[in-house]
Design a protein around this ligand. Structure first.
Ligand code: GLY
Ligand code: MN
Ligand code: MN
Length: 431
């Protein structure tokens, strides 16, 4: 791994929390992600299943975690199964975790080979007084579940082989646990944000009229990789001029022109944790008066929105309040008419023409992290705050996005050191 080793207290504590939420006589099983194929013998880079990583810290394919808190034999209360290596694997793929290393990473004493899983699992299922079997499904509300994962194949075969056990969902428990970040997790997220900050500083000095969007992408990548990140947390959006109005623009193939804005929605990954930054800058180092006016309005909405975050708040109520602040900003910018707003169809509010997306989402091991959008916000959650105004008729859009931790008394901004004032951005670009 590129990241520094993580204190296994993080994973030990996470499993303790999970165990508290399981019914008596339960067994829980979690699987690694597949190494996903592309074409021919190609594969995508391996990305561990976030839930398995959260509970074990193991960043290796073909890993299985079994948790059986009431196991009659103590050594079966937690079992980690890892891929057995060989000379052939060592020659072609390199080092795989030894049992000792897997123990150290996860804090789990009993480590077996993955090839032994079904034999051990069957014994525990039929001899161990197991009543409830907790399995994992991807229950993110926007997940595409049409591709069968290693986990979903396991769910199928487990239920086929043991049809009369009682099955339970792990997802609601893990969503609740993962959504509140521990001290160790916040340190890793701060690292991801700090690496992102270095990338932004580098880009501020690089951007000028005539550079291509993908050259800017390369600057970010350079800074991320040299700091121990595996790269982008998500496909970066490097959108100059009118592209800044395309919310998921990822072509990044245009030439930046003087007088245009450049919207940068880019974040680094670190140790599987993510940052999610957006800044909008002037290509030639100076906003036009109109761009500046809109920029300041977005910054104002972002700050108001940040101040509204607190424990007990519910996302959709909060989002509605932010929309009201945005509506009045859009009137001040002469994009909406006060009288039209007064008489608007409430089911199709006029602000949606310029601000058509959410105010934020939770962030963590996943960029759009798990955790209910309906439940009350809790201290320790990390939310993005990302209002934007997109004016297609004027050929530019502006979004500003920070990542903040909800605290008992306000928020802690993980991106507090990343320039966001227009004057500061201009002065760095011109220096
Ligand atoms: N970069 C993805 C998002 O802002 O949600
Ligand atoms: Mn973003
Ligand atoms: Mn975001």
């Amino acid at each position: 791994m590129r990241y520094e080793s993580i204190n296994n207290e993080l994973f030990v504590t996470n499993r303790k929390h999970l165990v508290k939420d399981l019914k008596a006589n339960s067994i829980a099983v979690l699987n690694a992600n597949d190494v996903m194929p592309t074409n021919s013998d190609g594969t995508l880079r391996f990305r561990q299943n976030s839930d398995l990583f959260y509970l074990s810290g193991v960043d290796q394919e073909e890993t299985i975690l079994l948790v059986f808190p009431d196991a009659p034999d103590k050594k079966y209360r937690e079992i980690l199964f890892v891929r057995e290596t060989s000379d052939l694997i060592a020659t072609w793929e390199g080092h795989k975790l030894t049992k000792e290393e897997a123990r150290e990473v996860s804090g789990i004493d009993t480590v077996l080979w993955t090839s032994e899983f079904w034999q051990v699992f069957k014994l525990l299922m039929v001899m161990g007084d197991v009543e409830h079997v907790y399995l994992n499904t991807n229950d993110h509300y926007r997940a595409d579940v049409s591709v069968e994962t290693r986990e979903s194949r396991f769910v199928k075969s487990c239920m086929e082989r043991f049809p009369l056990h009682r099955y339970e969902r792990l997802a609601p428990i893990l969503h609740r646990l993962r959504s509140v970040k521990s001290k160790f997790e916040l340190e890793l997220m701060q690292r991801a944000c700090d690496i992102t900050a270095s990338g932004f500083q580098r880009v501020l000095k690089f951007v000028k009229p005539g550079v291509k969007e993908y050259e800017i992408e390369a600057e970010w990548a350079h800074e991320f990789l040299r700091n121990g990140s595996r790269g982008f947390a998500y496909e970066p959006i490097i959108a100059s001029g009118a592209n800044s109005c395309v919310l998921h623009y990822i072509e990044n193939n245009q030439v930046c022109q003087a007088g245009e804005v450049l919207l940068l929605d880019v974040g680094a990954e670190y140790a599987n944790y993510n940052a999610d930054l957006t800044r909008t800058i002037p290509v030639n180092g100076k906003f036009t008066p109109r761009q500046r006016e809109v920029y300041d309005a977005v910054l104002h909405v972002k700050r108001e929105a940040t101040n509204m975050l607190k424990p007990g708040e519910k996302y959709y109520d909060y989002h509605r309040e932010v929309q009201k602040v945005m509506e009045s900003a859009l009137i001040d910018l002469r994009l909406l008419d006060r009288n039209d707003v007064k008489h608007q169809d409430k089911s199709k509010p006029l602000f949606q023409k310029y601000f058509m997306h959410g105010t934020g989402h939770q962030l963590g091991l996943d960029v759009h992290d798990v955790g209910s959008m309906y439940h009350k916000m809790r201290a320790g959650q990390v939310w993005t705050v990302e209002p934007g105004i997109y004016i297609r008729e004027e050929g530019f859009g502006i979004r500003i996005e920070n990542n903040v931790v909800i605290m008992d008394d306000g928020v802690f901004d993980l991106m507090r050191n990343i320039p966001e004032e227009a004057d500061e951005i201009e002065s760095i670009m011109q220096s």
